[in-house]
Design a protein around this ligand. Structure first.
Ligand code: CP
Ligand code: NVA
Length: 303
């Protein structure tokens, strides 16, 4: 039994296997080769933050594979009235086959995983967004064939999604340059741990131009993540030079793709023309979350 609290819960071979399975599963389903491999299985989703993509792609994916889903808003559970996480984890484990959790603290995911006897999947915490990291890399492979010789740029906040990209860079082996304003670097422990095993450089730079120059992929995310709403105005000023716009995009390779995990704030971290432009792959990127989640659920629950 396996938990996916972060990308580093998976070995290189496991990540590669999942990416292959997701691409294959997508191809199969598009050809009409569907399967109900998770018939009789139930996935619960325990969310204390908003979600469009992660929730719907997990629920739709599970149902496409013949399984059932139960969405649990934290406010509706006894958890919200003080029932311990360890009790919640053990009780849910008696009813359902896997649990996706979206929460503020990584320690909440870890505590649920510690007590659950079913797989616990992190559907975003303040520190990690592992399934996003995996489906994003799947999208790069789908568009570019191979990722290991590419230069990937991250522009903006060293946040949860950046951390999962860092761990994917370490597992898969591609060059990753992150341009972050001072004070908004990725978590130093995650960075150190990743660099110790990464076959290619993972670099932090201050100037977004340095990260984007000759890059094959440009990635960004919101400047203020969920839970940082009070810092939003201050962050807008600090992050202003980190906007992904047409000027910045010109420095990348001519066939570079632009990625954003969404939701996007047009006119802040990315301009409307770039988000809607020919180099943007954000809609395929959002779609691929579902195929990756399906591959992950099949692997965890059906072998
Ligand atoms: N990218 C992503 O996780 O989107 P949601 O917040 O809509 O789930
Ligand atoms: N970094 C963002 C990602 C949303 C999918 C957040 O945590 O709000």
């Amino acid at each position: 039994m396996k938990h996916i609290t972060r990308v580093f819960d998976l070995t290189k071979e496991e990540v590669e296997h999942l990416l292959k399975r997701a691409l294959r599963l997508k191809e199969d389903f598009k050809k009409g080769k569907e399967r109900k491999s998770l018939a009789g299985k139930i996935l619960a989703l325990l969310f204390e933050k908003h979600s469009t993509r992660t929730r719907v792609s997990f629920e739709a994916g599970m149902q496409k594979l013949g399984g059932g889903t139960i969405f649990l808003s934290k406010n509706d559970l006894q958890l919200d009235r003080g029932e311990p996480l360890k009790d919640t984890a053990r009780v849910l484990s008696r009813y359902v086959d896997a649990l996706v959790v979206r929460t503020y603290g990584q320690e909440i995911v870890n505590e649920l995983a510690r007590w659950a006897s079913i797989p616990v999947i992190n559907g975003l915490s303040d520190l990690h967004h592992p399934c996003q990291g995996m489906s994003d890399v799947m999208t790069v492979i789908e568009k570019k064939g191979d990722i290991t010789n590419l230069k990937i740029a991250w522009v903006g906040d060293g946040n949860n999604v950046a951390h999962s990209w860092i761990e994917m860079a370490a597992r898969i082996g591609f060059t990753l340059g992150l341009a972050c304003p001072e004070g908004y670097d990725p978590n130093p422990e995650i960075l150190t741990e990743a660099r110790q095993v990464a076959p290619k450089p993972i670099e932090i730079v201050r100037d977004p131009k340095d990260a984007v120059k000759d890059a094959d992929v440009i990635n960004t995310d919101v400047w203020a993540s969920m839970g940082q709403e009070e810092e939003a105005e201050q962050r807008k000023r600090i992050f202003a030079p980190y906007q992904v716009n047409r000027e910045l995009l010109k420095l990348a390779k001519p066939d570079a793709i632009v990625m954003h995990c969404l939701p996007a704030h047009r006119g802040e971290e990315i301009t409307e023309d770039v988000l809607e432009g020919p180099q943007s792959v954000v809609w395929d990127q959002a779609e691929n979350k579902m195929w990756l989640h399906m591959a992950l659920l099949e692997w965890l629950l059906a072998g």
